[in-house]
Design a protein. Structure first.
Ligand code: 5GP
Ligand code: ZN
Length: 108
């Protein structure tokens, strides 16, 4: 997906403040944060949206859900956070590379 914004971030062609990376996942701060901590967690492999996932994506999706809390905790969100996945144009999705929004305010 050469034209995909988040694929370009994965390839390092567009800079991002990376907060987590492994062989399959990348997390980086949202450029227009809606909370003191707001990062996006994406699969490095291009998946368009939750509307297009299939059985082969199940393990990766599980890994995303399981990884998000540990990143959130490292960023000060031990007390909790909100998570969302805008899905499809009607669901408010603007970037068509699957991403979890994780938002929160670090507690004292
Ligand atoms: P969506 O509505 O697709 O769920 O949200 C896309 C998110 O990507 C938005 O919150 C927007 O601020 C963020 N975003 C868009 N372009 C960039 C970018 O170039 N860099 C980063 N870090 N975030 C972006
Ligand atoms: Zn992509």
């Amino acid at each position: 997906m050469t034209d995909c914004l988040f694929c370009k971030i994965v390839r390092g062609e567009i800079p991002a403040k990376v907060v987590y990376e492994d062989d399959e996942l990348l997390a980086f701060n949202d450029i227009r944060p809606h909370a003191p901590v707001h990062f996006l967690l994406i699969p490095k492999r291009h998946i368009e949206s939750l509307l297009t996932v299939n059985e082969a994506d199940q393990a990766l999706l599980g890994k995303m859900l399981a990884t998000a809390p540990s990143i959130a905790k490292q960023l000060g969100l031990q007390a909790g956070f909100k998570m969302g996945v805008n899905t499809g144009a009607a669901g408010g999705q603007e970037v068509f590379h699957l991403h979890l929004h994780v938002l929160g305010t670090p507690q004292e």
